[in-house]
Design a protein around this ligand. Structure first.
Ligand SMILES: [Cu+2]
Length: 180
């Protein structure tokens, strides 16, 4: 009996696999449709022990006017593309928008060691319609690269995915128009 208890107790203490906390995840994983959203990407590890030297975030279609937050020691780059569907903002037609934002360590000493943790922040306006949004993120390391791009065939569970894209649940909002 004593052994059984000891067994049950140790089994309960076994670490539970929580890949979501180890991968790249958003600090706030749900936000209202059409709202201005601060996306904080948490980077919890490098590539098999190698330090992270760059992070590239691809903005899903419908995410508008993305602006990165600068980061000391990291060089910013923003890529814009002509939109398939232009939209109106402040009475002007927006024909091209930010589709990709990257932060690159400006020197090796700014790279993020595997056993440290950091955050990369951008701000953008979310689509008006609710539903899951998947951000593809490419994590480059001193040695190796991780492409966080896997999306489940259906639903939003990232269980079993090797390198899931970063999920944001866009929730229905009664509000019309946009806010800042
Ligand atoms: Cu991970």
């Amino acid at each position: 009996m004593k052994n059984l208890f000891a067994f049950l107790f140790s089994a309960a203490l076994l670490p539970i696999a929580t890949p979501a906390s180890a991968h790249i995840v958003l600090e706030d994983q749900a936000a209202l449709a059409g709202s201005s959203y601060r996306a904080t990407f948490r980077v919890g590890h490098g590539c098999s022990g190698s330090p992270t030297t760059a992070l590239r975030v691809f903005l899903p279609a419908g995410v508008r006017g993305a602006k990165p937050m600068p980061k000391a020691g990291w060089t910013l780059a923003v890529r814009r593309e002509v939109l398939a569907q232009p939209y109106d903002s402040h009475g002007k037609t927006v024909r091209e928008d930010v589709v990709e934002i990257s932060w690159t360590a400006s020197a090796p000493e700014y790279a993020l060691p595997d056993d440290w943790y950091d955050e990369f922040v951008l701000r953008a306006t979310l689509p008006a319609q609710a539903g899951p949004l998947w951000f593809r993120v490419v994590q480059t390391c001193a040695s190796g690269q991780l492409d966080w791009a896997d999306i489940p065939a259906r639903g939003t569970s990232t269980r079993g995915l090797k390198a899931p894209a970063v999920l944001l649940e866009v929730l229905p909002s009664g509000a019309t128009g946009h806010r800042h």
